[in-house]
Structure formats: structure tokens, C-alpha cells
Design a protein around this ligand. Sequence first.
Ligand code: F6P
Ligand code: MN
Length: 291
Amino acid sequence: MEIVKLLEKGFIEIATVMRDANSISLGNITEHNNNSGDDVKTMDLISNAILMDILMKCEQVRTIGSEEEDTLCETGFKNAPYLVCYDPLDGSSNIDANITTGTIFCIYKYNDDGTITNGHNIVASGYSIYGAATQYLVAHNDTLRFYQYSNKRQQFDLLHDNIRIKSKGGIYSINESSKKTWLDTRYEKFVDKCIDEKYSCRWVGCMAADGHRTVIKGGVFAYPANKKDTSGKIRLLYEGYPFAHIFHIGGGFSSNGSISILDIPFPKNIHQKIPIILGGMYEKELFDSIC
Ligand code: F6P
Ligand code: MN
């Protein structure tokens, strides 16, 4: 897909900035505040500018939604078929410590009447990972394809052309420090069940990285609503829907605690937050068995 090819260029630019600059400065908090109330780091703004600049020129794109923009941005291509949403630098609280960050993206096709119904309007979704290697995964045409950037060849090489999510994994990924404030009591019981079944715990604090590990190794990722974030912390348009699309295509599941994330109606607020759980089909059974 042309848009994914353009995003690839953005991933390389973002990764290059991070490799060459002082990571502590890139993690500086700016005076900006984004719509979700997150601290905005220097590298969040740089990444947003890189992707915005690339997508604004693409004739396939009608509108762009970014974590770092208050409202949808119009490209001027009024009859173009797609809305592209992204979190330009997910997990940006990790930057100063040189821990993995990523970009999450989602491409939606507009209905003929100019609306988007829900996550079933997605034609492609994915994420990049800026870690020991620069990689990206794209979910498109019922397949998860996975690429890695080669500095030597100056291009992304295909590592896997059809990743499948394990039906049962061995890791639960949840910020357990908030468990006393979780609003849905099933999550505490779920974590106990995972521990009883000898699951281990991992939490990078970057959905792209924690979600990616779950795609590669199996297991479960969850961010429940809590007393502070009463709708959870994960934003539907550029974090929740894309990861749900990835998990469904890979043979796993997504839920907001009652329905599939993809079935949640498209929100009016582009920064709408949702509670989320993603995982393999065994973890779905385990979660559904809790009353
Ligand atoms: O974008 C939101 C986000 O940074 C996710 O990438 C991550 O999963 C989560 O928030 C981390 O939340 P916490 O700060 O509670 O660990
Ligand atoms: Mn994010």
C-alpha cells in the first residue's frame, strides 16, 4: 500500500534522529500539553512533524489524526479515500532512558457518506519499533507482515510474511501497580489466574513494545480503567483500534471488557480513551471464565 511505503520513510527518519541525538534532551518535557493530558517530549513533536509532513502530500489521504494534534487535519485532497491516524512516538516516557519506543498507525477507509462506522473500516494497521533494531509490522489483507531495517542495504527487509499469534502464551503485561484502583474487579482475578498458571509479568510502558512482544511470544496485554483514568489510558483511534485489528488478523482477540474493540462505534472525540485487553484465544477463555 502506498501509504505504508510512505510511513516506512517516516520510521527511518524517526529512528535516525533517535540514533544520532542526545536521548536525554529528546526526552525533555516541552511546554506543550496534548489533548490526553500526557507530557509532550521534544521527540514526540519531532516525530509528529516528520509523519505529518509526509502524509500531508499524499493524494490518497483525506485527513490525518495524531496524538499531538487537537483535531483532525485536512490534507486538501477532499475526495481521497483514507483517514490515517497515528501515535507518532508511543512510550515516549522511555526516550531519556534509551528504552524502546514505537509509532502506532491505522488507515481507515471512509464510507461513501463521508463517515467511519467503527474499527471494521480499517484497511491496514501496524506499528514500528525503535529498539535494538528498527522494525515494523503491518496488518493488511488478512496477513501480519513483519520487516526489519538494514543499515547496510538502506531498506526494510521482510522477516516474516504471516505471523500468527499463539493461542496460549506465558506472559501477562499489565501495569499492576494500579491494581488497587482498577474499576473492573475481573482484572485482579485475571492476574491471579495468570500467576496460578505460572505466567510471568513484563511491562515496558510502551504499548508498541508490550503489544509487539505479545504478538511475537503470545500472552496478554491489558490496560484497565482505573480511578484516575476512568476510561483507561489507551486512545481508541491510534492505539486501541489498530492493535485490535492486528490481534484479530493474527488469530487473537481484543475486548474493552464486553465487546470487541473493533465493534466500538467510531467516537466524536478523536482522543477517546478505552479500557483494553488483547491476547490469544486461551487468554480470552481465561478472561471470559471470570464472573
Ligand atoms: O500511550 C499510552 C501509553 O504510553 C502506552 O504506550 C503504555 O502502554 C501506557 O501508556 C503506559 O502507561 P503507564 O504510565 O501507566 O505505565
Ligand atoms: Mn501512546
